[in-house]
Design a protein around this ligand. Structure first.
Ligand SMILES: Cc1cc2nc3c(=O)[nH]c(=O)nc-3n(C[C@H](O)[C@H](O)[C@H](O)COP(=O)(O)OP(=O)(O)OC[C@H]3O[C@@H](n4cnc5c(N)ncnc54)[C@H](O)[C@@H]3O)c2cc1C
Length: 509
């Protein structure tokens, strides 16, 4: 039997046989029978309460579908709630006000270049074309507020196009999504894990097996319940960056010695449930490491915000040589690899800025530098010599590096190829500030293979009836590298599409 012609049943049988031979983990052989009696029946079941799941629920409910949102953790929001609150929007009102020329086409070029052309072009095009309207939707329909002066040029973007939510966090969007849903009478069901997807003999998804009262990560907690999804099941279960065992299957070097920026529940249960019904997962080995996080705190933390700002208005320096070692605005993969290479040689990687850098940072993140200094993730020095002495950087080399950067402000030509921003200024006034950098595991670029209607493909090539997916659970949008601020757009845009499509599906019962 050819692999491309394999039926769902055939696929599950082969998996079961292989599992019995213990060459495949036992979870991959699961196949759940339709229960004699459903405990509950709704139009659309949504797994996950991040940007994507909440957007899907909102759209489905708005057109009159009954909706259930399942969330395995004790709080809603997933990674979306702790996200940095930046959203890529080509052609935003703020760009227009500041005279920044941009277009969906330019953003698409940036995403595909960074993604090493592994992105599926039609998915990228759809995202870039919908970004402005989706931003407007968050403002008009959800009431999300954005900062009205700040716009960021994230690494890999050709122009500044990343808008900040008012509180500099994804929680602004999640909270507004939750409030909009509450107005429609929908609340996520917390501590409810989706364990298995139930498929009928025709290969249509008809419901899920869940456990209510689940206590992450206790595999034996909770009470089993069967929920029928009459019109559709929408998978928005996010990525698995916090699942050290699972991520090493795809990229063995990502051992548990790496910290992650993700919430603890960014684990693989949903991925495994989808795989076990033959859903096609692509590019799962493309796992992003965020370059500018701090080793002086756990998780995403707050140190990254300084190092990220420095990537535009300061210098990243190798502590042993005193020299810049990478274009600070290159994409995340390039920067992370450059840092890891140096850390492996025992060199520190440092993000250095002066009083001017601190002043422009304070405009975007008022009070943040004070918090960073208090937490011990950014360090202050009166002079560059003091900074060099503390971090054992050769002072002359460091001064030379800074002189070269200052020259680039005049010439417009940067020695490491960083685009010279119109707002770029020289580094010359103390106090000086520095943060250490050490990359952390951040984002799963791969995931379920979907079409433009957010329908999920089976490994044998057909679309799985009744199954939709969006956000970090899916692959194909970002390719090898997700550009900063494109994750929020992806989850919101495709979450909305998935909800609309699932609600419009003919019910199976
Ligand atoms: C710290 C951090 C900062 C970031 N900052 C930015 C940024 O500023 N801009 C940007 O564009 N992107 C950013 N990203 C990426 C972006 O936040 C994610 O791509 C986006 O939040 C993904 O949304 P989602 O809805 O797909 O998944 P999530 O928000 O992760 O939601 C998935 C939810 O599903 C739940 N779940 C998983 N499995 C199950 C199951 N079996 N049953 C029930 N529930 C389940 C999880 O607990 C989780 O709550 C950041 C990511 C992180 C980690």
């Amino acid at each position: 039997m050819s692999f491309t012609k394999l039926s769902r049943r055939g696929f599950v049988q082969i998996l079961a046989a292989a599992s019995a031979a213990s060459s495949i983990p036992s979870w991959l052989s699961a196949s759940t029978k339709i229960p004699a009696r459903w405990d509950e029946s709704v139009d659309v079941v949504i797994v996950g309460s991040g940007f994507a799941g909440l957007a899907a629920a909102y759209e489905a409910k708005k057109v009159g579908a009954s909706v259930v949102i399942l969330e395995k953790m004790r709080v809603a929001g997933g990674n979306s709630a702790i996200n940095g609150g930046i959203l890529a929007v080509p052609g935003s009102p703020l760009q227009k006000k500041l005279g920044i020329k941009d277009s969906p086409k330019l953003m698409m070029q940036d995403m595909i270049k960074a993604g090493n052309a592994m992105n599926h072009p039609e998915k990228v095009r759809a995202l870039c074309n919908a970004a402005l309207a989706t931003y407007q939707w968050t403002v008009d329909e959800l009431g999300v507020q954005y900062q009205d002066k700040n716009i960021k040029q994230e690494g890999g973007h050709t122009v500044p196009r990343s808008l900040f939510t008012i509180n500099g966090s994804g929680s602004e969007i999640v909270n507004k999504e939750l409030a909009a849903l509450a107005r429609l009478g929908v609340k996520p069901r917390l501590r409810t894990i989706m364990d298995e997807i139930i498929v009928n003999d025709a290969g249509r998804v008809v419901g899920v097996k869940v456990r209510e009262g689940y206590r992450f990560p206790d595999k034996n907690s909770g009470k089993v319940k069967y929920i029928a999804a009459r019109r559709g099941l929408v998978l928005c279960y996010g990525g698995f960056s916090a699942d050290a065992q699972f991520r090493q299957i795809y990229d063995p070097k990502l051992t548990s010695k790496f910290d992650t920026t993700n919430q603890p529940g960014a684990t693989s249960e949903g991925w495994r449930a989808a795989m076990s019904i033959g859903a096609h997962v692509i590019q799962a080995d493309q796992i992003q490491i965020l370059p500018q996080t701090s080793p002086d705190e756990k998780g995403f933390g707050i140190g990254f915000a300084w190092s990220g700002h420095v990537s535009m208005f300061g210098v990243w320096v190798d502590g042993t040589t005193g020299k810049r070692f990478v274009n600070e605005l290159a994409n995340r993969k390039v920067r992370s690899l450059a840092i890891l290479e140096r850390l492996n040689q025992g060199h520190e990687c440092l993000a250095i800025g002066d009083a001017g850098t601190a002043a422009s940072f304070a405009e975007i993140r008022p009070g943040m530098l004070k918090r960073q200094l208090e937490r011990g993730v950014v360090f202050e020095f009166k002079t560059l010599d003091e900074l060099a002495a503390k971090f054992r950087i050769p002072a002359d080399a460091l001064k030379q590096t800074i002189a070269e950067m200052n020259k680039s402000v005049e010439t417009g030509k940067d020695p490491v190829g960083r685009p010279v921003n119109a707002k770029a200024r020289k580094l010359e006034t103390g106090p000086w500030y520095v943060a250490r950098m050490s990359p952390k595991i951040h984002h799963c670029m791969g995931g379920l293979y979907t079409n433009e209607k957010a329908q999920v493909y089976h490994v044998d090539g057909h679309l799985i009836e009744g199954l939709y997916a969006a956000g970090e659970a899916t692959g194909g949008v970002h390719g090898a590298v997700r550009l900063g601020s494109c994750g929020t757009a992806d989850a919101l845009i495709n979450g909305r599409i998935a909800g609309q499509q699932a609600a419009a599906q003919k019910p199976w019962s």
